[in-house]
Write a protein that binds this ligand. Structure first.
Ligand code: ATP
Ligand code: MG
Length: 563
């Protein structure tokens, strides 16, 4: 492609709202442009990289026996009502009405659509297993769209769904797709880990997330310093064993704590360690209010609360609800003298003579001994794991790393086939719900993750597999006939050899051209300058920065060597 004919609007300045490298560079190098918050256009360069990511995904999916199809983004509300998610998905689901007032959603995901498509035609176990995928635009009205393509409101996903007559068949497909995902992220040149994403509901290794290790990742991975254990921090179980101190239990007493709201304020005011403070948070669990307790130095994990209570929606109660239920504000609530249901993290049981809110404005209790002074319905693992905790597999201690979730594989079971009544007849002619798996890859997020991992101070550094072009030819001075002609000749010659070539045929200053070229980050740059008349060009490896004068006869073999 000739640069004069395409659209690569490079920017000298870093856009103010772009906080991370990939976002900044993809904008500056003219790969994409923001339309509005969380919504982007892929410009010609970005589209080429995207197509390469998609091609790798297609090859690996087909290899794994998963077949491509394409479903609509516009989905009738009835489907989501059938599965129940119309009522539980919340504001992330974009909803709208047609001219007749019929409700629709813009697809955030496609479990409902695909289940409804298959249930009419797949009636016998003999037609299973069946695995299908699509690469398609998804819509999610994210609360905080940010980091460019990493968290968009409109983004591109590869989503696959598998259907089975037996659990063994699902396991087999899951393993095959797991391997395909590993190949995909490998081929994209990403430094990634597959981590356990859920150890709860379905038990064991039923869902994994593929995480690209990166400082800008929004997810935290808890991994063992000595074994291969790695899990999303949201899901890592805490197996710490606590010990009861031998300290004597004193009598409970009220103390004034004027203006002391947070754990830290209360702790300082009373000069005690945060491990002595009982943290109390009021949650709205489906339609019920539940007071959840943890030790002052621990964080409550609402996903664990949700799993333990088997709830579908868990939210923090808002300040007004707290006032209404507990008769005081958030900073003074506690488990003593309340009729609200109380559950607690295991560690709370071992606090001797602790501090807790007294459900009275600006008053706390001291010397709280939980089993003596309050009614705790259940002790469960409700907190986030911490660095230094023992690894759940019993080997080593936990450390943290940051990750970007690029893929997710999940054994759904019969969650959707039951809700939507998708059955097949088994060998004995008995109707059974199909067993399902689902498998997502954030295609546009993967592109951004690659950009995040491959860059330097001058710009992007595409791995050869994903680069928008393989060779960038830059004639220094297009007004010089010799340079112009040699540039164009080489362009045609390399293209004929099957290379993907971008020719900078713009009449621009050399400095501008070189800066743009570094910014775009094509692996090999061929500079056609003063030595054009002698048939010599400069060949530069963008990644190492090494350059070499090469005669035009040797050029193509030298390029092949570099690539
Ligand atoms: P996250 O925790 O990041 O919100 P998720 O659990 O909601 O992700 P899934 O529903 O599993 O994501 O979607 C499959 C894949 O789609 C994810 O692994 C991720 O790579 C990608 N993805 C999800 N949300 C977005 C988004 N807002 N922008 C870009 N990619 C996304
Ligand atoms: Mg999400």
């Amino acid at each position: 492609m000739k640069q004069s004919m395409t659209f690569i609007p490079t920017l000298r300045e870093t856009p103010a709202d772009a906080e991370i490298k990939s976002h900044q560079l993809l904008l500056r190098a003219g790969f994409m442009k923001q339309n509005t918050s969380g919504i982007y256009s892929f410009l010609p360069l970005g589209k080429r990289v995207l197509a390469k990511v998609e091609q790798i995904i297609r090859e690996e999916m087909e290899n794994a026996g998963v077949v491509e199809m394409f479903m609509p983004a516009l989905q009738q509300a009835e489907l989501w009502q059938e599965s129940g998610r119309w009522y539980t998905y919340g504001s992330e689901l974009m909803r709208m009405k047609d001219r007749h007032g019929r409700e629709f959603a813009l697809g955030a995901t496609h479990e409902e659509v695909i289940t409804s498509l298959l249930r009419d035609d797949v009636k016998s176990y003999k037609k299973l297993p069946l695995s299908l995928y699509q690469i398609q635009t998804k819509y999610r009205d994210e609360a905080r769209p940010r980091f460019g393509l990493l968290r968009g409101r409109e983004f591109i996903m590869k989503d696959a769904y598998s259907f089975h007559a037996s659990k063994e068949s699902l396991d087999e497909t899951y393993d095959r797709i797991f391997q395909a995902y590993s190949n995909i992220f490998e081929r994209c040149g990403l430094n990634y880990r597959a981590v356990i994403a859920d150890s709860g509901a379905m038990g064991g290794k039923d869902t994994h997330e593929f995480m690209v290790l990166s400082e800008v990742g929004e997810d935290t991975i808890a991994y063992s310093d000595t074994s291969s254990y790695a899990a999303n921090i949201e899901m890592a179980p805490v197996v710490t064993q606590y010990e009861m101190s031998s300290e004597e239990q004193l009598s409970i007493e009220k103390i004034a704590t004027p203006g002391q709201k947070t754990i830290e304020e209360v702790r300082q005011y009373l000069s005690v360690d945060s491990t002595r403070v009982i943290k109390s948070l009021l949650f709205k669990v489906d339609d019920e209010f539940v007071l959840v307790l943890a030790r002052g130095d621990h964080e409550i994990n609402d996903i664990k609360v949700k799993n333990v209570l088997g709830a579908s929606v868990v939210e923090m109660a808002d300040p007004n609800e707290v006032k209404e239920i507990m008769k005081c504000s958030i900073g003074s609530i506690g488990p003593v003298n309340t009729n609200v249901k109380v559950i607690a993290d295991h560690a709370v049981k071992y606090i001797v003579n602790g501090i807790a809110g007294a459900n009275e404005e600006d008053v706390h209790y001291k010397n709280v001994n939980i089993d003596r002074d309050a009614k705790v319905e259940r002790y469960e693992d409700l907190r986030f794991i911490l660095e230094g905790d023992p690894s759940p597999d019993g080997k080593g201690v936990i450390k943290f790393a940051k990750g970007i979730e690029v893929g997710h594989v999940f054994k759904l079971g019969t969650r959707y086939s039951e809700a939507m009544n998708a059955t097949v007849l088994d060998e004995n002619g008995k109707a059974k719900h199909m067993i399902m798996g689902c498998y997502g890859i954030g295609v546009s997020r993967t592109l951004a993750a690659v950009a995040e991992q491959y860059n330097d101070e001058s710009g992007l550094l595409w791995p050869e597999n994903l680069a928008p072009y393989q060779v960038h030819i830059v004639p220094v001075n297009m007004k010089n006939d010799e340079q112009k002609k040699l540039g164009e000749d080489l362009y045609n010659q390399l293209k004929d050899q099957g290379l993907e070539v971008l020719l900078d045929d713009r009449i621009e200053r050399a400095g501008v051209k070189f800066n743009d070229s570094d910014l775009i980050g094509i692996p090999v740059r061929v500079t056609v300058g003063k030595q054009a008349s002698e048939g010599i060009v400069e060949c530069k490896d963008r990644r190492t920065g090494e350059s070499k004068d090469v005669s035009i006869e040797e050029l193509s073999s030298y390029i092949n060597q570099l690539l």
